[in-house]
Ligand binder design. Sequence first.
Ligand SMILES: *Cc1c(COP(=O)(O)O)cnc(C)c1O
Length: 381
Amino acid sequence: MRKNSKYIHAGVHPDPSTGAIMTPIYQTSTFVQTAPGEHKGYEYARTQNPTRITLENALAELEGGTHGMCFGSGMAAMDAVVKLLKTGDEVIASNDLYGGSYRLLTKIFEQFGIKSHFVDMSDLQNIKEKINGNTKLLWVETPTNPLLRLVDIQALTDLAKENGIISCVDNTFASPHLQTPIALGADIVLHSATKYLGGHSDCVLGALVTADEHLAERLYFIQNSCGAVPGPMDSFLVLRGIKTLHVRVDRACANAMKLAEYLKGHKAVGRVLYPGLEDNPYHALAVEQMTGFGGMISFDLANDSQEAARKVLSATKVFALAESLGGVESLIGHPASMTHGSIPRDERIAAGLMDSTIRLSVGIEDVEDLMEDLDQAIAAS
Ligand SMILES: *Cc1c(COP(=O)(O)O)cnc(C)c1O
């Protein structure tokens, strides 16, 4: 089946008991057995829920893996991956990382003796310098959040394999429509399905996909043992969201390209970070490893004033001021005080995230409305 058809059909079958074309929301905690140990493959809903398993199978197929596992949130999915490690093991992660991922590695796992190093992964040399006998996990985001830097996935997973290190790519920003890291050698792909996969800002859910039988077994064990599973309603919402993933992401990419060009020509705007712009340092890599440039744009104001940035954020009328991304509606955010508030200022600036950096999650509205909205909000700053 071709890619665009897969979003409609992957992993989904008419419900065997009724023929319902949409997977039902199996709102049940347990399943009746005919005799002890004799059942239809479902015993207890933490371990197996039919709605969740349908979603897990769909995601495995879309990411080109063999096994999917869903969790109560993207962070719960990440938590499960880091639990593959033990005290004394080390992680190397992007220094331009989702704030919650940084927090989990530093504030939770360091307490258990799992140390993390944060480096600019767009230069492999930085990673090589941190690899030692304890390095067990490379944690990659590409494009990164919020600076939209790209990491060469193939080169990075080659390096991980040479050193016997597990590689996990957080594919939330690209979605499987634009990038499939397993095909480029990644051991595990993570999604905050809260974002593009769900696509309608109406649920929180996380997922992992792998094509490695042994890793899958360990991750299922962690999923079932720790129990951070999503409910059937949220699993259903993501299943429904996936059916329009390609249509939504294609429109968001087209809108974002136009807005990035518009912002680049605006005299009150400084850096515009969007891999679709031809003079962006990651443009060539984006063309190579992605099939589109995504719906996320970040930009600074020319005067880099946090005060002015705050005025822009309060003045938009179509763009809603909110955390999160990947929904049908456009959102605007100020990473330094919102999503990345937990990263110390000097560390943040050193990583290139300025006081005035504004992040856009471009939705699927008419692009003229989005442009006019930014125009009047920047004028108001
Ligand atoms: C939102 C997000 C997460 C965390 O996912 P939740 O579903 O909010 O727990 C992880 N990585 C990235 C890139 C995100 O945008």
